[in-house]
Structures are given as structure tokens and as C-alpha cells.
Ligand binder design. Structure first.
Ligand SMILES: [Zn+2]
Length: 247
């Protein structure tokens, strides 16, 4: 198992109780102001964990590429955490709804309703859902520190970087991105992720890199497919697991 893969999984696990405790203490935010209050508590936690993630990634880069200059600093802003909490609570203009069982006084039955978390802050199910969303999104922001460092290092040293699959299951979307192989960064190049994505980024400063064979195998598969759906089907068959649906 790769070093960063272990760090990513540890962060996913660690953020669950942290997020649940925050929601227990602050409740589900019901306004932008209360969302910001929660975010301001969460931010130092994210920064501390990003620092450790950056340290781990820097060690791993230095070991494999001793001559590259690794840039300092972290540009992660408080506004990113605030936006994440606002989105998780459903306070954004197009809210992500959560399904809950609610008592309907008209029919006197329990009914499944889709509702934004901030509109039902006292429901236990909603508090659990809010904690789950925050944990997932927070882990994503922390894991981002490691990929950003790889991409910044590539840019600074004028080398390339490549995406690598990691974790027990990968979606077709990630596999498709891996099939593109090495990326030689322009300022616009970003690492695309989704919830629970544990793909890592690796530096490419020569014809060989860790994960090149896998990328080539996936590229062959991609060329034999018409579109993502077919690629996903072939990928699941050939890589021998039941993959997640691409979302
Ligand atoms: Zn992924």
C-alpha cells in the first residue's frame, strides 16, 4: 500500500468523530452566520491536518526525487471551509437535499421527504447526515493538500505529474482520468476529485514513473471503448471488482 493512500484513509476515518462532535456542539447551521461560526472552528483542524498531509507528501516526493525543489506554504483559505459548511447545510442557492423520514400530520404516517438540512436542524437523522457530509467534505479538503503539493512541485520544476488509482475501489471517472497519463501542467491544470476519492498524484520527471503501466493499460481500454459507460463496464470486468457508478 502506498504511503499517501494510508494517510488518506486515516484522514477519512479521523474526520468522522471530529465532524460529529462539531455538529453535536453547534447544531446543524440554520443561517450563513452560524455556518461561518462552525467553519471558523473547523478551519484550524483542517489546516493542522493539511500541514501533516503536506509533510508526508513532501517526504515521499523527496525520497523518490531528491533533486526537485519542493515549494513551501499552503494557500488554503478560510473561505473554502466556509463555503463547504454552507453547502453541506444546504444553504447554497441550489441545495443538496437529504432524505429523511418525517411524520405527516395529514396522513398520520411516516413519509420520506427530501429537504435541505438547515430546514430540519432538530431532527436526529439530519444531524447525522450533516456530520457525514462535513466529514466527507473535510477529508476531501485535507487530501487536496497532498495533490496540490505534487502539482505545485511539478510546476515549479517544470516536470509532469500523473494521477494514480488508489484505495480498494475506483470509479470509471477516475480510471478515465488516470488513462490520460502524465500531465505537463499549465496554470489551469487541477486535480479533479469526488467524495471518497483516494486517487493520488505522482511526479513524472522522466520516461518511467510509478503507475505508468496501469495508465497505459487503461488507455488501451479507453481507446477500445465508445464513451465513459462502455469504458466503465470494461474496466470493471478487466480490473476484476464491482466498481462504483460514475457520478
Ligand atoms: Zn478517484
Amino acid at each position: 500500500m502506498k504511503v499517501m493512500e494510508r494517510s488518506y484513509e486515516a484522514v477519512e476515518r479521523a474526520m468522522k468523530p471530529v465532524a460529529a462532535d462539531l455538529v453535536f456542539g453547534y447544531g446543524v447551521p440554520t443561517s450563513i452566520d452560524t455556518a461561518y461560526e462552525l467553519a471558523d472552528q473547523l478551519y484550524p483542524e483542517i489546516m493542522g491536518r493539511r500541514r501533516r498531509m503536506i509533510r508526508d507528501e513532501a517526504e515521499s516526493i523527496a525520497k523518490d526525487h531528491p533533486f526537485l525543489v519542493i515549494p513551501d506554504g499552503d494557500r488554503y483559505p478560510l473561505t473554502a471551509t466556509r463555503k463547504m459548511v454552507v453547502n453541506s447545510a444546504g444553504l447554497a442557492p441550489k441545495p443538496r437535499l437529504a432524505q429523511v423520514e418525517m411524520y405527516d400530520p395529514a396522513t398520520r404516517e411516516m413519509q420520506t421527504t427530501s429537504i435541505a438540512p438547515y430546514l430540519a436542524p432538530d431532527m436526529e437523522d439530519m444531524q447525522v447526515e450533516m456530520g457525514r457530509r462535513l466529514a466527507t467534505a473535510t477529508a476531501r479538503h485535507i487530501k487536496g493538500a497532498s495533490r496540490e503539493l505534487v502539482i505545485r512541485t511539478a510546476r515549479e520544476n517544470r516536470t509532469g505529474w500523473a494521477r494514480q488509482l488508489s484505495g480498494s475501489e475506483n470509479c470509471a471517472f477516475c480510471a478515465m482520468l488516470v488513462s490520460r497519463g502524465a500531465v505537463y501542467t499549465k496554470d489551469t491544470a487541477r486535480f479533479e476529485t469526488h467524495d471518497h476519492c483516494n486517487c493520488t498524484a505522482t511526479l513524472v520527471d522522466g520516461p518511467e514513473w510509478d503507475g505508468r503501466d496501469e495508465a497505459e493499460r487503461l488507455y488501451t481500454l479507453w481507446r477500445r471503448s465508445e464513451g465513459l459507460a462502455e469504458f466503465g463496464k470494461k474496466y470493471r470486468e478487466e480490473f476484476g471488482f464491482v466498481g462504483m457508478a460514475a457520478t
